[in-house]
Design a protein. Sequence first.
Length: 115
Amino acid sequence: VQLVESGGGLVQPGGSLRLSCAASGFTFSRYAITWYRQAPGKERELVAGITSAGGSTKDANSVKGRFTISRDNAKNTVYLQMNSLKPEDTAVYYCYAQIVGTDYWGQGTQVTVSS
């Protein structure tokens, strides 16, 4: 099982980024995927999750109305569209899946929101 995040970078406040999580090594369409983030000095927190069928299961209050999670099962990829970014969104973003009772994490992608 492998989860590989991409799409992070430096963006100004109010800007947008789209993160991708490319999955391999399991039947992607059968599993929910969740995005987490961890800011310096803070605990890792849930950002948004998506079911195997593509329904959004949970979003952090801090990102509601700004972030949208989606998936393309044909490409084995989950996306996180992030709009109206704020400096407090600065963090390393990780995708996560639990496959047959085992937790898997990607290596993370850095998002920095700064002017």
